[in-house]
Design a protein around this ligand. Structure first.
Ligand SMILES: [Zn+2]
Length: 337
């Protein structure tokens, strides 16, 4: 497959090219659904609404979303720890949960239940991201990120690969010579990893006298810290591959993905994303920078409603030449602290 084939086309074309107005309408409809679902099924969320003196009926239009309380990861953690196992968070009966992932945070478990709806939603968002990054059916991909330890991150990508039609090889992130040998032996042609992994793999190649280009990697997807221009240039030079970034949050999964234009991260269509002023916590105007807050309507097990990502960025709603209509997160997402 030529590089240009990896720069064209869409995964789920009708979703990714939907007019922005229609996209926003769908997001608002899904938001109302998850708000009602959480209010009815999560004692934790019901209590939060009660403290704010609100019911779902009070949020009669999109402008009123900002009245709703924000949620932090710390609150989720404390709820589970103070009132185990779920701390009033779980919104589905246990028989509807397919998998429970465990994230170890400060040496203590945080439980992440996964329902069928979530697996589908997360798989869909991740598949769109992989396609946008240049991966295609029948690619063989080294997943160099932990599958479960990073919460939703690795697992979501793994689920996506199964529905996407690729072959996933979870090799971990050692970057040792044995990983290079496996890449050669299997004919692996795609890698998902963080910048540090790509750099380690490059160093191992250099130490072993291997030209990275001889490994014939077509596509690299960078997760974790954003890809700076210099490092991108250097890696593309050394590997001769398509190299794009995905913004994948440990708990949320794929928030955004770069397209061939590489001018920001197209937000996952499934998410309702808000940018808030960092001191007043009120919404900023489109284009202004602030804190990123996300609602995930397909996560029907835990209430990810106005969830604070702990990162900042701004949104660009201008039309992108790639044809994808979802707004782009620009000014590379950066940690708040
Ligand atoms: Zn684009």
């Amino acid at each position: 497959m030529s590089k240009s084939d990896r720069n064209t086309g869409y995964y789920r074309k009708s979703q990714v090219t939907k007019p922005l107005k229609d996209l926003k309408e769908k997001q608002w409809k899904d938001f109302k659904w998850i708000l009602n679902h959480a209010f009815q099924n999560s004692q934790f969320y019901k209590n939060k609404m009660k403290e704010a003196n609100l019911t779902p009926e009070d949020i009669s239009d999109k402008e009123k979303i900002s009245k709703l309380p924000l949620i932090t990861m710390e609150e989720f953690l404390n709820a589970q720890r103070e009132n185990p196992p779920w701390g009033g968070l779980l919104m589905l009966p246990i028989e509807k949960i397919g998998t429970i992932l465990v994230s170890i945070i400060d040496n203590k478990p945080f439980l992440i239940p996964t329902s069928l709806k979530e697996a589908t939603g997360s798989g869909n968002a991740s598949s769109k991201a992989l396609y946008s990054a240049g991966l295609r059916k029948a690619d063989i991909i080294d997943i160099a990120v932990a599958l479960a330890a990073g919460g939703a991150r690795g697992f979501g990508l793994y689920q996506a690969i199964l529905t996407f039609g690729c072959c996933a090889v979870p090799l971990g992130s050692t970057g040792h010579k044995s990983q290079i040998e496996t890449i050669k032996q299997l004919g692996i042609n795609g890698i998902i990893g963080d910048i540090m992994f790509f750099q380690t793999l490059t160093e191992t190649c250099e130490k072993e006298g291997i030209n990275p280009k001889d490994l014939k990697i077509d596509v690299g997807c960078v997760v974790g810290s954003p890809l700076g221009d210099e490092i991108r240039k250097e890696l593309i030079n050394k590997w001769d591959m398509v190299l794009r970034g995905l913004f994948v949050h440990d708990e949320v999964g794929v928030v955004g993905r770069e397209c061939p234009q590489m001018n920001g991260f197209h937000l996952s269509e499934e998410l309702l994303v808000e940018i808030l002023d960092t001191s007043s916590l009120e919404p900023v105007n489109v284009g202004e920078e602030g804190e990123i807050v996300v609602t995930i309507p397909f996560r029907n097990t835990l209430p990810y409603i106005r969830f604070r990502l702990g990162a900042r960025g701004s949104i660009n709603e201008e039309v992108c030449e790639c044809g994808r209509t979802s707004p782009r997160l620009v000014n590379y997402p950066r940690r708040l602290d």
